[in-house]
Design a protein around this ligand. Structure first.
Ligand SMILES: [Zn+2]
Length: 402
């Protein structure tokens, strides 16, 4: 059984009648579905980079259409009655695919002919379409140039025709990308611009593409991935891009044209503030450490223990500065915690002669958490941040006892 592909000769058939040849229940990964084969179809299966159509057969929604070479399988969620049925193509979706696919042929042709960048693959996505170009990185001039010439050809309303012939015949006519297949092939000709073997659906004239908008180019392994959109989609995408720009301008309090300058200025300011805050934290830690040392009474061995539980607003980085400052002072020991995230930090001047790592292990044995370090500097994190204060008090007790 062979399905006649109506879309090969006329891609503009939106409704058709066909004979249901088979309708079988089909159990697969996608769940319970019915596989319907018709004697003829205008519904396009996923193939050659173009996504499959949606639509209805006998009023039943199509879930997926698969090209099985001889037959085209339409998957539906309910059985279709045998005999003659009416079927229809979801035209908005299909026409969008035709605009994108034809635009892709034209854009690929321009990149290849004008700039020597052949297309090695393409993808028609549900949001954006891409072509992968081989060769050196396309400059902004090349990207804009290919877009401009393609749009010029669109405005000239040139005819687009499906041609049939052998690979040899097409090669003689200057096909863009040669194929090795035997027999009669189908190729899409854009008058005076391109000839490309393809089984997809295309618009009848370049004007129907509407417009091509090249958005972005990025490196993709050895190739260059160019993102583009055509037709109504181009307007939708441009509108979306503009809204993002407008929102950004509003947030920055600048004109849309000045967004890059305003962003640069904001980033520079942020970096400056970051440096200042870092310097201030360090300076504050020095002063607080000095005050803490003055206040701390040395024990019989001259040991000065500073135990402190910082609140959740303190940063782990501040504990670090504070401990580093304290441990510079002879025979000082810093036992610190932070209640927000449950940080623990034990540090000592080497001559204090205690073991911070061992002390941390002892504390963690009673207040669960993780951590470790050296004899002079150990860091941990409590499983329950609410135990931060208790952990420091415990460490101070153990230190005195030990
Ligand atoms: Zn194609």
């Amino acid at each position: 059984m062979k399905t006649k592909r109506i879309y090969y000769d006329d891609a503009f058939v939106r409704e058709f009648e066909a004979e249901v040849l088979t309708c079988e229940e089909h159990a697969g990964n996608a769940g319970k579905r019915w596989r319907v084969v018709l004697d003829r179809t205008a519904l396009y299966p996923a193939s050659g980079g173009q996504p499959d159509d949606r639509g209805r057969i006998g009023g039943i929604e199509i879930l997926e259409i698969v090209d099985e070479e001889e037959e085209i399988a339409h998957f539906v969620d309910r059985p279709v009655s045998p005999g003659l049925v009416k079927a229809e193509v979801d035209w908005a979706r299909r026409f969008d695919h035709m605009q994108q696919h034809t635009g892709q042929h034209l854009l690929s042709a321009m990149f290849q002919e004008r700039y020597g960048r052949p297309t090695v693959s393409f993808h028609l996505g549900s949001d954006v379409c891409t072509i992968d170009l081989r060769g050196p990185e396309p400059t902004l001039d090349i990207l804009e140039g290919a877009e401009r010439i393609a749009n010029q050809i669109i405005s000239e309303d040139r005819a687009i025709t499906a041609r049939y012939g052998t690979a040899k015949e097409f090669a003689e006519r200057g096909v863009r990308k040669g194929v090795q297949r035997e027999g009669i092939l189908r190729a899409i000709e854009i008058e005076g611009a391109d000839l490309q073997p393809c089984g997809g659906t295309h618009v009848k004239s370049t004007a129907e593409i509407g417009i091509i908008l090249v958005r972005h180019c990025s490196k993709m392994r050895q190739d260059w991935r160019v993102e583009f959109v055509c037709g109504k989609r181009a307007a939708r995408v441009a509108r979306h891009d503009f809204q993002i720009l407008h929102k950004s301008a509003e947030l920055l309090g600048s004109a849309a044209d000045n967004v890059p300058i305003a962003v640069e200025r904001t980033i520079n300011e942020r970096d400056g503030h970051f440096k200042t805050a870092k310097w201030l934290l360090q300076r504050l830690a020095e002063l607080e450490a000095a005050a803490a040392l003055v206040a701390a009474k040395p024990d019989g061995n001259g040991l000065r223990v500073i135990a402190r539980a910082f609140d959740e607003n303190s940063q782990a980085e501040y504990l670090n500065h504070f401990a580093t400052q304290l441990s510079k002072s002879e025979k000082a020991v810093a036992l610190l915690s932070q209640s927000g995230e449950g940080h623990l930090l034990f540090a000592q001047h080497p001559q204090a002669g205690k073991d911070m790592n061992a002390l941390l292990k002892q504390v963690l044995a009673r207040c669960p958490g993780k951590g470790g370090g050296t004899r002079d500097f150990a860091r941990g994190k409590l499983s329950d941040a609410a135990q931060a204060e208790k952990a420091v008090a415990l460490a101070a007790q153990l230190l005195v006892a030990g």
